[in-house]
Design a protein around this ligand. Structure first.
Ligand code: ZN
Length: 563
């Protein structure tokens, strides 16, 4: 037994606005007056403590709301947290500015690393008190979107489902059932189209106004600052999208042609794409509790303290994995920095997706836990680097999959995981390309945005045939992609990280222990360096280097028996 605090015992006190202001005022005065490096470093620690307390409370508010979006008290708390966030941001911005301009900056950089200062430079360029009201408006719109989707109920064959639960039907081996489930989802999107269009339109306009208020031409550059992208730019991202277009789209087209043959279909429609063989996708051989047991064995076997860590999460209340009514969709990992523990939220529905979401989010959790002694800025890396830990763990746990799937199902799981990992790249860059089009023309109408989506879909997913799914044919698929509403430009990150995760897969095949050592070392580094530096430190190639996918594509063709 470790001495890790139980989740229910975490003290997360709602901050008092005045007390917070005094604490920051006092801190700021001392930072400004500091004349020796020891004193300044101690003040950075004090600031770190304030930020840990705040992060714990606001993470708790966000989590409680997503656990039950119908709970009025949780909703009100989340709204107070949303309203307070820009205030806290303003306090932190003042401290960051003071540190950036401090005469002791070189000495502080020596102690905590120059990367924190680069991150703060991006942060201060993305905020002024003048946009505080716009930020509150943005999070209110985001809450509206989250509620709209989590309240959604669709009926298939007389049963009611929420959108997460529907995932089990849309990936069913029964083609007719898949089609009906997709039609129901399409119908829901069409009925909600007015709301979805309005919320997104207001979000785009609100964000554009923030950008122009801060002196940017449009939201794109601001979006990059908000994502703290300090070592690459729009041109690098464009070159990566091009690499995917040239190398992965042809492979993906080939894979879909083969899938059509394997499924014995004349036409492969959008609702057929999630299924890779006539018997359907492999499903885990047990329920939720059984899977948690298997996961304990898996992490014990992987070593490096992962077993002990996961036991703590499972037995002390740091996981919430089952889908239920009123619970927000999706899966994520959040953390409570004041106690140094992460939390995994998911919506298990009995499909192989449960295993993927689980290994993915546990990768985030293990990384965060491994770096929890660092300053807040380094506990999580920037998003694209953070996804390396999660997506790589999906591949590093391949040899463990025989625990979750029976017999030859484990091998089928690995094949499909690889296929879907590759097929994800065109979709991921399409989401990114779409957002660049949207924010470059904020005045576009909702109908023009649908046209933009159809354009990128035709470019990166030329095989896509929506058949009678009108929401897809209209160009509305993206409206179910929460990131596009909630965290703009947070999507290319998954594809950038996937390029690194695929390299980890190759490495693990050649030398598993070496790959695990590199993985754990990377987790411990947290976010102390920028994306490309972290990738290079693990001996891997950043995706902006042309040719980074060559070996991966060659090995994938071989593994998937394509000639
Ligand atoms: Zn992730």
């Amino acid at each position: 037994m470790t001495d890790t605090i139980r989740f229910e015992d975490i003290q997360a006190n709602e901050p008092d606005t005045d007390a917070l202001a005094s604490a920051y005022d006092a801190l700021l005065a001392e930072v400004t007056a500091a004349t020796d490096a020891d004193a300044a470093a101690a003040l950075v620690d004090r600031w770190d403590g304030l930020r840990r307390e705040w992060s714990t409370w606001s993470a708790m508010a966000g989590l409680r709301f997503r656990q039950d979006t119908t709970d009025a008290e949780a909703k009100a708390t989340r709204e107070r947290a949303d309203a307070l966030a820009p205030v806290v941001k303003e306090h932190n911005t003042r401290v960051k500015l003071a540190l950036l301009e401090h005469p002791l900056r070189p000495q502080l950089e020596e102690r905590i690393g120059a990367h924190a200062f680069s991150l703060w430079e991006a942060d201060v360029a993305a905020f002024k008190p003048e946009i505080a009201d716009l930020l509150v408006k943005e999070s209110a719109l985001d809450s509206e979107y989250v509620s709209l989707l989590s309240d959604a109920r669709v009926s298939v064959r007389g049963e009611e489902y929420n959108l997460s639960e529907l995932g089990k039907l849309t990936t069913s081996a029964d083609r007719e059932l898949r089609h009906e489930a997709n039609l129901a989802r399409s119908q829901w999107v069409l009925e909600s189209a007015g709301e979805l269009d309005r919320i997104y339109d207001e979000l785009v306009k609100t964000r554009h106004e923030m950008a122009t208020t801060l002196g940017y031409e449009n939201y794109i550059e601001l979006g990059y600052k908000l994502m703290q992208r300090v070592d690459y730019d729009q041109a690098d991202v464009e070159s990566w999208r091009q690499e995917v277009l040239e190398l992965v789209v042809p492979l993906a087209t080939e894979l879909h042609a083969r899938q059509r043959e394997v499924l014995g279909l004349e036409t492969l429609y959008a609702w057929d794409e999630p299924v890779h063989s006539l018997e359907g996708n492999p499903a885990p051989a047990g329920d939720h509790d059984w899977m948690v047991e298997r996961a304990i064995e898996m992490f014990d076997d992987l070593g490096h303290g992962m077993g002990e860590f996961f036991r703590d999460m499972a037995t002390k209340g740091y996981i919430d994995l089952k889908a239920r009514q009123g619970k927000a969709g999706g899966g994520f990992c959040t953390s409570f920095p004041s106690v140094g523990m992460p939390y995994v939220f998911a919506n298990f529905n009995g499909t192989k997706g449960d295993v993927i979401v689980f290994t993915h989010e546990m990768g985030h959790a293990f990384q965060n836990f491994s770096a929890s002694d660092k300053i807040v800025d380094y506990q999580w890396p920037t998003y694209e680097a953070a996804e390396i830990h999660s997506m790589s763990l999906e591949f590093l746990t391949w040899p463990q999959m025989d625990r979750f799937f029976e017999g030859s199902e484990a091998e089928r799981y690995r094949q499909i995981h690889l296929i879907e990992g590759l097929l994800f790249l065109p979709y991921g860059v399409a989401v990114d390309h779409f957002q660049h089009l949207v924010y470059a023309r904020p005045e576009a109408t909702p109908a023009e945005r649908l046209e933009m989506w159809r354009e990128v879909e035709a470019l990166y997913m030329p095989w896509r045939n929506w058949g009678d799914l009108d929401f897809g044919a209209q160009g509305r698929r993206w409206q179910l992609q929460g990131h596009i509403f909630s965290v703009p430009f947070y999507y290319i990150d998954y594809t950038l990280a996937q390029s690194v995760a695929l390299q980890f897969w190759l490495k693990a095949e050649a030398d598993f222990d070496g790959a695990m050592n590199d993985y754990v070392a990377l987790c411990k580094r947290g976010g102390e360096s920028s994306f490309q530096e972290l990738v290079r430190s693990a001996g891997l190639m950043p995706p902006f280097q042309r040719g980074c996918l060559s070996d991966v594509i060659t090995r994938s063709r071989d593994a998937l028996e394509l000639d």
